[in-house]
Ligand binder design. Structure first.
Ligand code: OOG
Ligand code: MG
Length: 253
């Protein structure tokens, strides 16, 4: 199948909330083609009027890699159509088998055209926040290969960002947790993200620049979850908490 056809298949699966077969079952795609399919699939969303608002990193922690059986860093695109506000209702019918994970978000304060390291990364950041990411693989049973998940925009489905805190707010070694119906359903330490969550932004800057699409001012970057993800249930309130950054929640309806 052509990349465009696969991109359309994944876009339609997301739009209709109907799972599709793993593309790696019948197509021999490499990682570069998978990223190309991702780009084409997101282009369909852009053509429908959505705007690119940032990117997300995936598999930046052992907990996530082990849960999903994929051990490489991946990145996907975020659009405004995926963005919810704190306390919004998230309608389960619009998703296939969504899961939630607590994250850290960075707000970028200037275009990142040069090489970024741990020493200068904060110069490009206007704020940090806690976030709740909703992932929803378009593949049946949430099962995929590295190439499948990359083509599927790294399972990106929805996200909500908490109130921005100053960029120098401590995000190292902080407790991150997720609560569903007053019960802690996930817990981890922010340093589980590549040993230091800032490393995730350094990697995001490097990967997006290498791809010819450097991160832009006002973009958001999600660092990747420090905990494994949990399935959502109707009627639940799900929240993400990060020590010193506050919390965010969504009502699942
Ligand atoms: C892929 C998305 C991974 C993260 O935070 O590691 C991700 C998946 O688990 O379906 O968002
Ligand atoms: Mg994530």
């Amino acid at each position: 199948m052509e990349n465009q056809q696969i991109a359309n298949q994944l876009d339609q699966a997301a739009l209709k909330a109907i799972a599709t077969n793993q593309i790696s079952e019948i197509n021999n795609i490499d990682l570069a083609s998978a990223y190309n399919i991702q780009k084409l699939s997101i282009a369909n969303r852009i053509n429908r009027g959505e705007k690119l608002v940032g990117l997300k990193m995936g598999f930046t922690s052992k907990a996530k890699m082990e849960q999903m059986g994929v051990h490489d860093l991946i990145w996907g695109r975020l659009t405004d159509g995926m963005q919810y506000k704190i306390g919004d209702s998230l309608n389960l019918d619009q998703f296939i088998h969504p899961r939630a994970e607590p994250e850290i978000a960075f707000l970028i304060s200037k275009d990142i055209n040069e090489e970024v390291t741990l020493d200068n990364v904060k110069d490009f950041v206007g704020g940090v926040a806690v976030a709740l990411e909703i992932i929803d693989s378009r593949f049946a049973n949430f099962k995929f290969s590295l190439e499948d998940v990359v083509a599927d925009n790294c399972s990106s489905a929805a996200f909500v960002i908490g109130d921005m805190k100053p960029a120098d707010t401590n995000i190292n070694g902080i407790l991150m947790s997720m609560v569903g119906d007053d019960v802690i359903v996930g817990k981890g330490n922010s340093d589980a993200i590549l040993g230091n969550p800032w490393e995730s932004l350094v990697a995001a800057a490097r990967l997006s620049k290498a791809n010819g699409e450097p991160i832009k001012k006002d973009h958001l970057v999600l660092a990747g979850a420090a905990t494994s993800a949990v399935f959502l249930k109707k009627g639940q309130t799900v929240s993400a908490h990060a020590e010193g950054l506050g919390s965010v929640f969504l009502d699942i309806v």
